[in-house]
Write a protein that binds this ligand. Structure first.
Ligand code: SF4
Length: 213
């Protein structure tokens, strides 16, 4: 490493009047007689930042000149998360009661000639059904897998209209999944055909005398 170049770079930082340069942490040779010398930036509030000094040396010359001095983030510096475009920022549940979110004119979930006659497209129906199927009231949920009776035969399931109604309905049982959309194959113990429990509802167990154990 060229110690004279390091000292030129260090002096350039100190001439900025922002404080002394920290330890020299490396040099990146850019090519064509240009190198970037990196120093720790021991400045309050800039943990992990570096001073970068770009030095140049003309071909055939030993005279080093300073092209640029910059304070830049190092690998350990706290950095802002990756930029997310505004149109990708909205998440389910973000909307407030007075927020407006018009569907795009070419929204593939809708069909119709004008804004007043638009209705769900087959793709909109399919995407909705696929999304709900992954939820806790879908046909693969824990309840659906273990239920003794399914929503399809429950009086508390009110089917939706249209194509979605073939598989989906609203549960209207306040003790179960009230106001949630449930799949025909979902189910629970509050099914309308669940018989009354005899006794006190405690599972029957064989009594034993613990003195005998
Ligand atoms: S009470 Fe249970 S079985 Fe009946 S619709 Fe609601 S979730 Fe389905």
């Amino acid at each position: 490493m060229n110690h004279q170049a390091v000292e030129v770079a260090r002096s350039a930082i100190e001439e900025m009047g922002e404080g002394p340069a920290g330890a020299h942490v490396g040099v990146n040779v850019v090519g064509g007689g240009v190198a970037v010398h990196r120093f720790k930036a021991d400045l309050p509030g800039y943990r992990g930042w570096e001073w970068n000094v770009v030095l140049a040396c003309a071909p055939g010359s030993s005279h080093v000149t300073v092209s640029e001095v910059a304070l830049v983030t190092g690998e350990s510096a706290l950095q802002a998360p990756e930029w997310v475009p505004y149109e990708d920022r909205l998440r389910p549940g973000d909307l407030g009661p007075r927020d407006l979110l018009p569907a795009a004119a070419d929204d593939p979930r809708l069909v119709g000639d004008d804004i007043d006659s638009r209705h769900l497209s087959q793709r909109g129906i399919q995407e909705t059904s696929e999304r709900w199927e992954e939820g806790e009231t879908g046909p693969n949920s824990d309840f659906a897998q273990q239920a003794l009776r399914n929503c399809a035969t429950c009086a508390f399931m009110v089917p939706l209209t249209g194509d979605l109604g073939q598989e989906w309905g609203a549960c209207v049982n306040e003790w179960a999944f009230d106001a949630s959309v449930v799949h025909r194959e979902h189910g629970c113990g509050a099914h309308s055909a669940t018989p009354e429990v005899a006794g006190q509802g405690v599972p029957v167990a064989e009594p034993y005398d613990d003195h005998q154990i």
